[in-house]
Design a protein around this ligand. Structure first.
Ligand code: FES
Ligand code: FES
Length: 156
């Protein structure tokens, strides 16, 4: 139905007035309503981190939160972090350090890594492993992921 709960989301700097189903997760609104499919759905129950985005600068697993709770929120997804043609420094670091294999977990890892760095939780490999532990990589690309976050943290 076109009748829904009215919210406004600012996604990657662009404002969207939306009529949503109040039961929709933020993840489903991003992927299905806004067609921003860079954010991945892994477990859909908060256990894998594939759906990690930033809301008002803070890391959020978007499968576990209702879009309706974020009226007026500033959302950043993997589609919004590059500066035109120029990759975000953490994207570059993931390439340089081979922080991915199949790539399914990568958008969530990168968004979580951006949060981890901005929180000041990327001071050592152990600290990065701890604060990134909600982001599961089935391919086991952890050494590259940790190296990429550490490298980007040092440069930021
Ligand atoms: Fe959200 Fe796994 S899809 S945590
Ligand atoms: Fe395949 Fe992480 S690169 S799940």
């Amino acid at each position: 139905s076109m009748q829904g709960h009215s919210i406004e989301l600012v996604v990657n700097g662009q404002s969207h007035a939306l009529a949503i189903d109040p039961r929709q997760s933020l993840l489903d609104v991003l992927r299905e309503t806004l067609d921003l499919t860079g954010t991945k759905k892994g477990c859909n129950q908060g256990a894998c981190g594939a759906c990690t985005i930033l809301v008002d600068g803070k890391r959020v697993v978007s499968c576990l939160t209702l879009a309706a709770m974020h009226d007026g929120g500033e959302i950043t997804t993997i589609e919004g972090i590059a500066n035109g043609e120029e990759l975000h420094p953490l994207q570059t670091a993931f390439i340089e350090h081979e922080g991915f294999q199949c790539g399914y977990c990568t958008p969530g890892q990168i968004m979580s890594g951006i949060g981890c760095i901005s929180e000041g939780h990327a001071g050592s490999p152990d600290e990065i492993r701890f604060w990134m532990s909600g982001n599961i990589c089935r391919c086991g690309a952890y050494p590259g992921i940790v190296a990429a976050v550490a490298d980007a943290a040092e440069r930021s």
